[in-house]
Design a protein around this ligand. Structure first.
Ligand code: ADP
Ligand code: MG
Length: 246
């Protein structure tokens, strides 16, 4: 079976800096894959290339066997690559369910309609998605009053509104309390299991990474230095050196 996502020799230079160097990996269907590494390792640069946000200097990105290199972010997103952002981008003047309804409208290529019309369309589907992320009870609350962790869960529902085959999450738990972090990753793992979505994510908290990833890749100075399950990564001397020495 072909991989959902594959990179071949992915490389990005910024002037003299080699931010990402010859990175090749595959992500399988239904896999929850972590990309870890110290600050400046090149994780976000990788993500930006996968999303079409940044052109690679060389190498290729394949989605279900087809190159998506050179596609604009919106085209990549149309092909089923969802993402969550480090800074949550929502309409804070609207309610939780309205935000998800807007995402569903966008997914169905409907013209954005401002309230009160948004109340009518896709409400049931939006509530179902909110239920998936444990937010159904908060559907009619205004986003402005939400706790940060709830905002992040709503963002996940918004990403799911586009029915992605692949979700890219660059530091999804940034700024969260440890308990919220564990909850969000548990939720992500459930979504991967129940919907067959594949996820690539970055995360600083090693406990979260080890507890929830199916597989882990370690990036250091732009290069993949290790890959394996939690046991293998923990025991890897190169990884220990990077983290203890870093
Ligand atoms: P990480 O996400 O792992 O912390 P980044 O991908 O953000 O790492 O950064 C990798 C390297 O590329 C760093 O040395 C960073 O300074 C550099 N870099 C990232 N983006 C740019 C840019 N737009 N211009 C110049 N250098 C950049
Ligand atoms: Mg980063």
């Amino acid at each position: 079976m072909s991989a959902v996502l594959e990179t071949r020799g992915l490389t990005r230079h910024f002037g003299a800096i080699v931010a990402v160097n010859d990175v090749s990996f595959q992500l399988k269907k239904g896999e929850l894959l972590a990309l870890i590494g110290p600050n400046g390792a090149g994780k976000s640069t990788c993500f930006n290339m996968l999303m079409g946000q940044l052109p690679p200097t060389s190498g290729d990105v394949l989605l279900e066997g087809q190159s998506i290199k050179g596609l604009k972010p919106r085209e990549v997103w149309r092909r089923g690559v969802g993402r969550t952002f480090q800074i949550t981008a929502t309409y804070s003047s609207m309610t939780v369910v309205e935000n998800v309804q807007m995402a569903l409208m966008s997914h169905h290529r409907e013209i954005y309609r401002i309230r009160p019309y948004a109340h009518q369309q896709h409400r049931a589907a939006a509530i179902a998605l909110l239920d998936t992320v444990g937010m159904a009870a908060q559907a009619d609350r205004h986003c402005a009053v939400l706790a940060y962790g709830d905002l992040k869960r709503m963002e996940l529902a918004i990403a799911l509104a586009h029915d992605p085959t692949l979700l890219l999450m660059d530091e999804p738990t940034a700024g969260m309390a440890p308990k919220e972090r564990v909850a969000l990753m548990q939720l992500t793992a459930d979504i991967v299991r129940d919907r067959g979505v594949s996820v690539l994510f970055t995360e600083h908290d090693m406990d979260v990474v080890f507890a929830h990833s199916h597989r882990i890749m370690v990036l250091n100075r732009g290069e993949l230095i290790a890959e394996g399950n939690a046991e293998e990564i923990r025991a890897n001397p190169m990884v220990q050196e990077v983290y203890l020495g870093g």
